[in-house]
Design a protein around this ligand. Structure first.
Ligand code: HEC
Ligand code: HEC
Ligand code: HEC
Length: 145
């Protein structure tokens, strides 16, 4: 009888020990988790900070949109300037011996025949680099909603 009780006791002790070890390792994992989560959080914050810097630099780079309506012959054109800054470099439009566009509002407006000949907007809106100036008139001649 005694040996049976002793045996039961040692089994119980072994089970308790095993349970404790398991709990301890769970606790250790729980401690590690926040550290990893913290790291991920810091990475997120850095990304957010980087993303914040970009628009700040853009704000000095000309307006987001410009309404081009100097000729008054067609519906005005809302030119998405900021969007173009993402697709092309400033120098593509504003630099060189004969810049495509002055870096200021022009007085005369632009002519379609120049565009069709590959000038101004037509430099890119040629049906290859971007949609063609010669069709889809309303893609450009529209007021922004
Ligand atoms: C796809 C061509 C294109 C690109 C790329 C472009 N711009 Fe422009 N930008 C224009 C046009 C078109 C105008 C308006 C000209 C007009 O009103 O006749 C303009 C006007 C401006 C103006 C004058 C705005 C005002 O209201 O007086 C500034 C400043 C300017 N751009 C800066 C920049 C800078 C800086 C970059 C590069 C980050 C850039 N642009 C990229 C086409 C472009
Ligand atoms: C890539 C953009 C774009 C497309 C596409 C476009 N236009 Fe234009 N258009 C302009 C711009 C910019 C102006 C100058 C706006 C201003 O300053 O008044 C203009 C001016 C005009 C003018 C007045 C100047 C002139 O050339 O007599 C007419 C008319 C005109 N467009 C007709 C059309 C027609 C018709 C189509 C379609 C076959 C068309 N446009 C397609 C951008 C575009
Ligand atoms: C340096 C090249 C370049 C020049 C110059 C240029 N564009 Fe674009 N434009 C693009 C590209 C690339 C796209 C995007 C591709 C597409 O939509 O076919 C685009 C797209 C657009 C769009 C559609 C934007 C959207 O919401 O998706 C409009 C409107 C537009 N251009 C108008 C103009 C007008 C008006 C001019 C002249 C004042 C002009 N673009 C000059 C390259 C140019």
């Amino acid at each position: 009888m005694r040996t049976i009780i002793a045996a039961l006791c040692s089994i119980l002790a072994a089970v308790t020990l095993a349970a404790n070890v398991a709990r301890a390792s769970d606790e250790k994992k729980a401690e590690e988790k926040p550290a990893a989560a913290d790291k991920a959080d810091k990475a997120d914050k850095k990304e957010a900070a980087d993303a914040k810097e970009a628009p700040a630099a853009d704000e000095k780079s000309g307006p987001e949109k410009m309404v081009l309506d100097k000729t008054g012959k067609m519906a005005p054109v809302t030119f998405p300037h900021r969007k173009h800054q993402e697709k092309a470099a400033c120098k593509d439009c504003h630099e060189g011996e004969k810049p495509l566009f002055e870096q200021k509002r022009n007085e005369k407006g632009y002519l379609m025949k120049e565009m069709y000949a590959g000038g101004t907007c037509g430099k890119c809106h040629d049906g290859k680099k971007a949609f063609k100036a010669q069709g889809g008139c309303m893609k450009c001649h529209k007021k922004e909603k």
